[in-house]
Design a protein around this ligand. Structure first.
Ligand code: UD1
Ligand code: CA
Length: 457
């Protein structure tokens, strides 16, 4: 199959230096949605993108994300037919061509597969829709036998044609050989002086090619974006679609309107999510997890029965079962938090392993550390992992107790079962089983506070 994606338009109404198709929907550029959908239809597919405005920015995006595409350039926007014509040198004659749009981001695989199935025998297939208000769209013309005979653009439509409520979504599939022939016959004899892709429908009908239509499963699949207002609207519709799926799967959302999913979100049943949470990238949540209000969770995996409390921020982390995180915890990339561990208020953990049952409950920084099992990290503990040039690791073995306000100057190791006295600055390894303390000796002396001097006259 050949896939052509039109993305040459400027998107004037976005009022942006970013090309329209790179504006994100649910955290991903609109064009990325279309390409990911195409990729799930077949990894061997190499869509041809028609670019114009913002070409270099789009190419940069394609390269960064390593999308396998070929690129056709449309220097001047002379209409959709002219745009598709630019892609023809990149497509093979003996396969069906499917035409998609970079600014119609939410087309779904199932709809495209149904469309392609109908096109298998060389038929011309158009994705159409019945709209209450068809204003602005191309209308589908049918004869008395209800066969499609053409498409008329709004600007060229008579008042009678404007009454037609079946519209062209723009997405079509047809034989490539025919497509090439028809595109070369197009002429810009219309209200907009453009080469209309839609005119090939009339040519197909004249040639006696069977023309079939099919509707998308969801209305949002064929929504195009021309302005930031439409983008914001489509974002809400899409979020609503995603949350509906979660509710069906058995996830409790305290308010389905107050959650945002921007990526691949996998959530088991009996998870409870409070309001204001944002999930980004690849997030996987096991059953029985509760997530408090206003958490941001990115590229992380959370084990069964774990509680993430309010205002916690997790990125690139693996949290095992029955742990308690937050409120106000910050878990940064490369962190693995073991079963039943607790990481509490205002604790930052980065690139560290926290063993089973270990606790760091208050105001600490644990960075580049390997913490064993059943360790207690007192309030205000800091791993001094950075010497100004390099990062060093801290090792804290099983059953260690670290007193409050301790600095562990890495590289340093605290041996199994050791106790570190509060206020210690640890610069050398602390032996297993012993109390290690570095602290000025406490002393008490007799002392009188100075009195306020009284003025003499
Ligand atoms: C088009 C259809 C119309 C359909 C509507 C659905 C034509 C002539 N009309 O109209 O029947 O109902 O879409 O939204 O096809 N583009 C290029 N190069 C160009 C012109 C357009 O790449 O020279 C791209 C645009 O970036 C856009 C898409 O093609 O992504 C559609 O173009 P647009 O001008 O929006 O077409 P419509 O007038 O909306
Ligand atoms: Ca349009």
């Amino acid at each position: 199959m050949n896939i052509v994606i039109l993305a040459a338009g400027q998107g004037k109404r976005m009022n942006s230096i970013l090309p329209k198709v790179l504006h994100p929907l649910a955290g991903k550029p609109m064009l990325g949605h279309v390409l990911d959908t195409v990729m799930t239809m077949g990894h061997e597919l190499k869509p041809c993108l028609v670019l114009g405005h913002g070409q270099s920015q789009v190419e940069e995006f394609l390269e960064k994300k390593q999308y396998p595409t070929s690129i056709a350039i449309q220097e001047e926007q002379k209409g959709t037919g002219h745009a598709v014509l630019q892609a023809m040198p990149y497509v093979s004659d003996d396969e069906t061509t499917l035409i998609l749009y970079g600014d119609v981001p939410l087309i779904q695989v199932q709809t495209l597969q149904s469309l392609l199935r109908l096109a298998q025998d060389g038929a011309f297939v158009i994705l159409t829709q019945e709209l209450e208000d068809p204003t602005g769209y191309g209308r589908i013309l049918r004869n008395l036998e209800s066969e499609v005979i053409g498409i008329v653009e709004e600007k060229d439509a008579s008042p009678e044609v404007k009454q037609i409520r079946e519209i062209n979504t723009g997405i079509i599939a047809c034989s490539t050989q025919d497509l090439k022939k028809w595109l070369n016959q197009l002429e810009p004899n219309n209200a907009q002086g453009e080469y209309y892709l839609t005119d090939i429908v009339g040519l197909a009908a004249k040639q006696g090619v069977p023309i079939r239509t099919i509707h998308p499963q969801f209305g949002f699949e064929v929504e195009g974006v021309n302005s930031r207002g439409q983008l914001a609207q489509l974002e809400r519709v899409w979020q609503g679609h995603l949350t509906k799926q979660l509710l069906i799967q058995g996830v409790t959302l305290l308010d389905p309107a107050r959650i945002d999913i921007r990526g691949n979100f996998t959530c088991a049943n009996d998870v409870m999510i409070d309001v204001g949470c944002i999930f980004e990238g690849d997030v996987e949540i096991a059953s029985g997890v509760t997530i408090g209000p206003y958490c941001v969770i990115k590229d992380s995996k959370i084990g069964a029965q774990t509680q993430i409390k309010a205002f916690s921020h997790l990125e690139g982390a693996v949290i095992e079962e029955m742990a308690i995180i937050g409120p106000y915890a910050r878990i940064r990339p490369g962190t693995n938090i073991g079963k039943q561990a607790h990481v509490g208020n205002f604790v930052e953990v980065k690139n560290s392993n926290i063993g089973q049952g270990s606790k760091a409950n208050h105001l600490s920084y644990v960075g580049d550390a390997d913490v064993g099992e059943q360790v207690n990290i007192g309030a205000g503990t800091i791993t001094c992992n950075y010497d100004g040039v390099n990062k060093h690791r801290t090792t804290i073995e099983d059953h260690v107790f670290i007193g409050s306000d301790t600095q562990l100057v890495a590289p340093v190791t605290v041996g199994k079962g050791a106790t570190i006295g509060a206020g210690t600055t640890l610069t050398k390894d602390a032996p297993a089983g012993k109390l290690t303390i570095s602290r000025a000796k406490q002393l008490s002396v007799d002392w009188k506070r100075p009195l306020k001097s009284t003025p003499k006259d």
